[in-house]
Design a protein around this ligand. Structure first.
Ligand SMILES: [Cu+2]
Length: 118
C-alpha cells in the first residue's frame, strides 16, 4: 500500500467512530431539561440563585425557599408578590410580557434578584 492509501483507509476507519462520538455526546438532554423542569430560582442563605435569570416570554418561573425561615418574593413595581414562603414552599409566576423585572424579599429587602424576559 502507498502511504496515501494507508492514510485514506485510516480516515475511513475513523469516520464511523467520529460519527458515533458526535451522536453520543450530542446534548439532546438540554432540550429535555427545558421540557421537564421549569425555570427555578433557589432561595438559599438569603440569596436568590441565580440572582439574574433570563427566560423567554410566557415562561413560568418558580422560586423555592431552601432557608429555614420565611421569605416573600415581591416585584419592585408590584407586578407579582408571593405569600410568606416557609421552608420548601414554592411560588410561581408566568411572565407573559418581555421586560426586566427586579424583585426583592419584602421581609429582608437586601435580598434582590432580577428576571429578564425576552
Ligand atoms: Cu427573605
Amino acid at each position: 500500500m502507498t502511504k496515501r492509501k494507508v492514510f485514506l483507509s485510516g480516515l475511513v476507519l475513523m469516520l464511523p467512530i467520529a460519527l458515533a462520538m458526535v451522536l453520543v455526546l450530542h446534548p439532546t438532554r438540554a432540550e429535555g431539561e427545558n421540557a421537564t423542569s421549569p425555570f427555578e430560582v433557589q432561595v438559599d442563605n438569603f440569596t436568590f440563585g441565580p440572582a439574574t435569570l433570563t427566560v423567554p416570554v410566557n415562561s413560568t418561573v418558580t422560586w423555592v425557599n431552601k432557608d429555614d425561615l420565611p421569605h416573600v418574593i415581591a416585584s419592585n413595581d408590584g407586578v407579582f408578590k408571593s405569600k410568606a414562603l416557609d421552608t420548601d414552599d414554592k411560588y410561581s409566576y408566568t411572565f407573559s410580557n418581555a421586560g426586566t423585572y427586579a424583585y426583592f424579599c419584602s421581609i429582608h429587602p437586601k435580598m434582590v434578584g432580577t428576571i429578564v424576559v425576552k
